[in-house]
Design a binder for this molecule. Structure first.
Ligand code: AVI
Length: 318
């Protein structure tokens, strides 16, 4: 019976299905969400500290500088819904600035991480109630009934919107719009278009942390799906796809090889790649058009002096 299957087993089955399906395509592909097991999440944390990876420090500086404006835009007694449990600096910056936030609703697939977030939030903001929601925020889910009545603000920092394709991004923004209801607001981090050299360096750093992050996906397949990837036989590359306005991570097979995953065999030609992530970069016109398709209006843009990154404030239409 489904309800007696452990979540871990369900997760494992979903991982297996995605890997088998993705490696069967003409352009082999693995969905980027599988990059984040415990090792991948720790490597991603390391990436955010790298000199070449500008998004995290730039967004944090924008939030710090404009926290008062974001608080004024959000209004008092807000219910803040964060997509991805942010126990970190960015969430605290915003909650600190808000006028008496009524509740904080972190949404994350990792229940144990959420439990830690709740504990930390209760210690830091004793007057604010935290209502955790265990869900994959890229799929449909419901918010708890009984949330306080204040205006809802959807908070989505980190430029993760760029990891979704246009259809997924529009669906996600519509879901967010539905969650906040009438008079709702959203505050979202967006990485902006810039010169390709800066982007390539950010996604292929000199120390090889991003390469380790990418290649860990193959090690994860070996660990969890009885795969036999020879991980050293694959090289990390970051490519700019001008048509998609996206920096793409790929793993390139250095020679001809065949790999077995869960009993199924996949062949690689020399130079053949697995596409593991796209990170789309926007300009403000593109963002305005995208959010409008999903029922939002772009009301504020807060950015850094170099216009490398933007935090946008969205209002609801009608
Ligand atoms: C999580 N996400 C916003 C990161 C990005 O910049 O697209 C993931 C990442 N991949 C490689 N470096 C960082």
């Amino acid at each position: 019976m489904l309800d007696r299957v452990k979540p871990q087993t369900l997760q494992n089955a979903a991982f297996r299905d995605d890997v088998i399906e993705g490696l069967s395509r003409p352009q082999k592909t693995l969905p980027s969400r599988w990059l984040y097991d415990d090792i991948g999440s720790a490597l991603f944390e390391d990436i955010t500290q790298l000199a070449e990876y500008y998004p995290t420090r730039t967004e944090t500086a924008i939030l710090r500088r404009f926290a008062g404006d974001i608080a004024a835009f959000t209004g008092p007694n807000a219910v803040v819904i964060e997509y991805g449990a942010g126990a970190g600096v960015k969430t605290k910056l915003v909650l600190d600035a808000l006028d008496s936030p009524a509740a904080y609703v972190p949404v994350d697939i990792a229940g144990d991480f959420l439990a830690m977030t709740v504990h930390r939030m209760n210690m830091t903001f004793p007057a604010m109630r935290t209502w955790p929601v265990v869900a994959d925020f890229t799929t449909e889910f419901r918010l708890p009934s009984g949330l306080p009545a204040g205006r809802r603000m959807a908070f989505f920092p980190g430029s993760t919107l760029g990891n979704l394709d246009t259809t997924q991004a529009e669906l996600f923004l519509r879901r967010m719009r539905h969650h906040v209801g009438l008079q709702g607001r959203a505050v979202i981090g967006i990485d902006l278009l810039k010169d390709v050299d800066t982007l390539r360096a950010a996604y292929d750093d000199a120390q090889g942390v991003t390469a380790a992050f990418n290649r860990n996906l193959l090690s994860r397949i070996n660990r969890e799906l009885e795969g036999d990837f020879r991980v050293e036989g694959f090289k990390h590359v970051a490519r700019w796809n001008a048509a998609e306005r996206a920096i793409e991570m790929h793993l390139v097979s250095l020679g001809a090889c065949s790999v077995t995953v869960d009993g199924q065999r996949f062949r690689f030609a020399p130079g053949e790649t697995i596409h593991t992530e796209s990170s789309r970069k926007y300009d403000l016109a593109g963002i305005a058009a995208l959010v409008e398709m999903a029922g939002w209006t772009l009301e504020h843009t807060w950015t850094d002096a170099d216009a490398a990154f933007a935090v946008v404030g969205l209002g609801t239409v009608g």
